[in-house]
Design a protein around this ligand. Structure first.
Ligand code: AMP
Ligand code: GLY
Length: 420
């Protein structure tokens, strides 16, 4: 059967690679793909938000299953567009994707369904938002409503910082439309908790942890994610049970009750405090990137079979098999990332992929037999090992042999897990 993966990042390379491993899959297409998916899959030159063109392609190629990587096509309604034509696709509808595409929707949903999260208020008026900050005090978190690719959140340590964030997100005289969510600043350790949903049943994936800041020790600007590993030791059996019973299951039941059954990957960003209390920082309506790379490296089950069950609403009887080892991925980013990534640098020294080491491509392109950088996050060097330390060592050993001008990476991916 034929499969289509929508997206062009490292997550989509990992999805395409795993799907291609299924004996039932003859061909994987990736739209638009990247320089790495060119090996495991065929590229199709359609942009991710050209919904009708994507559906035309799936129809013409008789694609049996489409899997959506990034949030933009979900928020634009790609699942609705495919379903309207009777095409099988795994992802949430546009309505259900609001859990990610609107922070105001997600916060209101959590309040209504008593799902633990930071206290919040939503504003369209800058003066009222500023007054709320003064009344609540700092630290406080200011978030732009709507998709912002991880750049719409300011954790303000001073009232001035919070006011500046409000003014940037609610420019005076824009005449409404823009909204900010202001919320309590939570303390603790973050983890990514991602599950598969078929509208009714839930199947948790292995836990993981991302590293969102650019520099070692969680310094520097926020990025899409500079590295991840799975499993995350902070997700103890107790935390896992709480995440399922207090967050995931009520969310899936609540979405069904509200008439928007959630199908797709549901990603809860968790904050776990020192006492083991678990709160929701955010929802994403998709797999994480780079979390998907280590998670999928550990998945032993046939991903195609699992996603066919997920789109048949028969996830209830499925169990996932995981490699017991740790997988750890380190992102290599381009010069100038995240503000202004430079493209066109030649990449040398890419190692051969193996069962224990995969270099997933993100911002790359193949040109005249060379691999060139073509985006902010370029590669995710992902390795399996019997411990976090061994996975880390294998990933960094491989990374040391890869070169492109201006490459940036963190040297401390996995340190938190080693401390546990
Ligand atoms: P979000 O896009 O909502 O996940 O926010 C991005 C990052 O901002 C999160 O990964 C956290 O590190 C931080 N953050 C968001 N909300 C809060 C909060 N209420 N308290 C503390 N940190 C937060
Ligand atoms: N790595 C964080 C995300 O995918 O949102």
């Amino acid at each position: 059967m034929k499969v289509l993966v929508i997206g062009g990042g490292g997550r989509e390379h990992a999805l395409a690679w795993r799907l291609a491993a299924s004996p039932r899959v003859q061909r994987v297409f990736v739209a638009p793909g990247n320089g790495g998916t060119a090996r495991d899959a065929r590229l199709h030159n359609v942009q991710i938000t050209e919904l009708e063109a994507l559906a035309d392609f799936a129809q013409a190629e008789k694609v049996a299953l489409t899997v959506v990587g990034p949030e933009a096509p979900l928020a634009a309604g790609v699942v609705d567009a495919f379903r309207a034509r009777g095409l099988r696709i795994f992802g949430p509808t546009r309505a259900a994707a609001q859990l990610e595409s609107s922070k105001a929707f997600a916060k209101e949903f959590m309040r209504r369904h008593a799902i633990p999260t930071a206290r919040h208020a939503t504003f369209t008026d800058a003066a009222q938002a500023r007054a709320y900050v003064e009344q609540q005090g700092v630290p406080i978190v200011v978030k732009a409503d709507g998709l912002a690719a991880g750049k719409g959140v300011v954790v303000a340590q001073t009232v001035d910082e919070a006011h500046a964030a409000i003014d940037a997100m609610l420019p005076a005289g824009t005449g409404g439309g823009a909204r900010v969510v202001i919320e309590e600043c939570l303390a603790g350790e973050e983890a990514s908790f991602i599950v598969l949903c078929d509208g009714q049943h839930v199947l948790p994936l292995a836990s993981s942890q991302d590293h969102k800041r650019l520099q070692d020790g969680d310094a520097g600007p926020n990025t899409g994610g500079m590295g991840a590993y799975s499993p995350a030791p902070v997700v103890t059996p107790n935390v896992h049970a709480k995440a399922m019973h207090e967050i995931i299951l009520p969310t899936v039941a609540g979405m069904a009750r509200d008439g928007m059954p959630f199908t797709g990957f549901l990603y809860a960003g968790l904050m776990i405090d020192a006492k083991g209390a678990v709160r929701t920082l955010e929802f994403n309506a998709r797999l994480g990137d780079p979390e998907a790379q280590p998670i999928l490296m550990r998945l032993k089950s046939d991903l195609f079979d699992v996603l066919m069950h997920a789109t048949d609403a028969t996830l209830g009887g499925v169990e996932l098999q995981w490699d017991r080892r740790t997988a750890l991925g380190v992102v290599m980013a381009a010069a100038g990332y995240p503000q202004a990534p430079r493209t066109g640098d030649a990449i040398d020294g890419l190692p051969a992929d193996s069962e224990e080491l995969m270099v997933f491509h993100a911002g790359t392109v193949q040109r005249d037999g060379k691999t060139l950088t073509a985006g902010g996050r370029v590669l995710c060097v992902t390795a399996l090992g019997d411990s976090v330390k061994l996975a880390q060592q294998r990933a960094y050993d491989a990374l040391a042999g890869i070169h492109f001008d201006g490459a940036q990476h963190r040297r401390d991916i996995g340190q938190r897990a080693i401390k546990h």
